[in-house]
Design a protein around this ligand. Structure first.
Ligand code: ZN
Length: 108
């Protein structure tokens, strides 16, 4: 199964743009309005979805744009890496929560 969220462009406060790609943040990649290009193979990116939401206590809402590479072979490779990256992040988050609970327990 492949994940859809592979390319994320986050528009934050004061119009800062971040392109989230394979776990890396590249700024000003999409500063013009032209179609963003894949960082890996140079193919056009296809817009998957766009979501505007307020995250935490951020001052202004963030727009998250998700793209896919139009090159299927390249996208498959990205999917693999992103899936791995998300798994790692999840494991780290779980470990962090376990530590937190241990800390709370030891304080009692
Ligand atoms: Zn590509």
């Amino acid at each position: 199964m492949s994940v859809a969220a592979t390319y994320l462009v986050v528009l934050g406060d004061a119009g800062h743009k971040f392109l989230w790609y394979n776990g890396c943040t590249l700024s000003n990649q999409t500063s013009n309005l032209s179609i963003p290009k894949c960082n890996q193979c140079g193919c056009d990116l296809v817009l998957v979805k766009q979501k505007t939401e307020k995250i935490g206590n951020a001052f202004s809402p963030m727009t998250t744009t998700t793209y896919r590479c139009s090159n299927q072979e390249c996208q498959d490779e990205i999917d693999r890496r992103v899936t791995k990256h998300l798994q790692l992040r999840e494991e780290r988050e779980l470990a962090r929560q376990n530590r937190l609970q241990l800390n709370i327990a030891s304080r009692k």
